[in-house]
Design a protein. Structure first.
Length: 349
């Protein structure tokens, strides 16, 4: 408070409105948790909670004793803010959190809820203990396992979150011939799914590249969303992200509201859609991802740029060539090679 108002606490009664108090509180806690924690959202929230308590407890001592009429409304406002943060954020510190995954074996996780996104895609939320996170480095995936028709089936999936305490979310699109996707799609709250991991894909580090371009098709948005959320949640990460998101129809655009809200809030994130079957008056891309779309929407080849590709196999093959049978990257082929990108410029999920 003294830093904000030059030590002149006599001005508080006339200039310190509730809105200014909240803004000041936000700056105080932001500086606090930036100094101490840089990566863990849970840790940040815990610092906010502690800062809220300290702020509330010490607030009265910062005012002149004679200003009792000022003390009551301001102290009440501070208490309300402290109470809000204390009751709305996790009390578990970063040091107390542990990974729920066992890299050596499959573990069962209980399905708690299913949130439909469209006719064939839903978000499946699985329970963790309150002191657990999935513990996924960005970007990485997990393996799911189920006994289907008497045979064990294992398939990789990429959770759309990576460090949420108490749960993790899988975005699953049910394909007509998808053995595992149909199995997960049939699960009801209370059922269990076996999971193993994490399986590292590419280790993302803040500002590792100046520009990241993304081409996603359908549920291939999941690893992209991991990276997008990671970048945009870090105010010290200035990476520019450009996403081309390909789908069949407008209804198939998954998590569109979140993507567009992020684009509105962050100048370093842009999203562009292309549809095989666009509606009337559609003003974005039409058809497959083309050379023109990539040239206009994604960063040019170079050491400061990286292109991520994820989607159905035919799409990935057309854009960048198939991965090897052992799931390593394989040679760069296709449209991106024709545009001058090198194998160092492209990563296939």
């Amino acid at each position: 408070i003294n830093a904000e108002y030059g030590g002149n606490t006599r001005l508080l009664g006339s200039v310190l409105t509730a809105e200014k108090l909240q803004n000041m509180f936000s700056r105080i806690t932001t500086r606090s948790y930036k100094r101490v924690f840089k990566t863990s959202n849970i840790a940040k929230l815990n610092v906010k909670r502690q800062a809220g308590r300290r702020f509330t407890q010490s607030f009265a001592g910062k005012l002149p004793k004679a200003r009792t009429l000022v003390l009551i409304p301001l102290g009440l406002t501070a208490s309300i803010i402290g109470y809000y943060f204390a009751n709305n954020y996790s009390t578990v510190s970063a040091e107390q959190l542990k990974s729920a995954l066992d890299p050596k074996d499959f573990k069962k996780f209980k399905l708690s809820s299913v949130k439909p996104l469209n006719h064939n895609t839903s978000i499946f939320r699985f329970e963790l203990n309150n002191n657990e996170i999935l513990g996924l480095p960005v970007a990485s995936c997990i393996l799911t396992r189920a006994n289907i028709d008497g045979k064990p089936v294992i398939r990789p999936y990429t959770p759309v979150d990576y460090d949420e305490a108490g749960h993790f979310d899988l975005l699953v699109k049910v394909y007509p011939n998808g053995v595992m996707s149909k199995h997960i799609g049939s699960l009801k709250p209370g059922d269990y799914l076996e999971v193993n991991g994490p399986i590292s894909k590419i280790e993302y580090k803040p500002n590792m590249k100046k520009n990241i371009g993304m081409i996603a098709g359908g549920s291939g948005i999941t690893p992209m969303l991991q990276v997008i959320r990671k970048v945009l949640s870090n105010p010290d990460d200035h990476t520019n992200i450009s996403l081309i998101f390909a789908n069949v129809t407008e209804e198939d655009i998954l998590l569109r509201n979140e993507l567009e809200e992020l684009a509105k809030k962050h100048k370093n994130f842009k999203v562009y859609y292309t549809l095989d079957k666009p509606p009337k008056n559609w003003d974005q891309g039409v058809g497959f991802v083309s050379k023109d779309m990539v040239t206009k929407r994604l960063p040019t080849p170079g050491s400061d740029s990286l292109i991520f590709v994820c989607g159905p196999d035919p799409m990935v093959n057309f854009l960048a060539g198939p991965k090897n049978k052992d799931y390593t990257q394989g040679p760069l082929l296709g449209l991106l090679k024709d545009l001058g990108y090198s194998e160092n410029d492209v990563f296939k999920f």
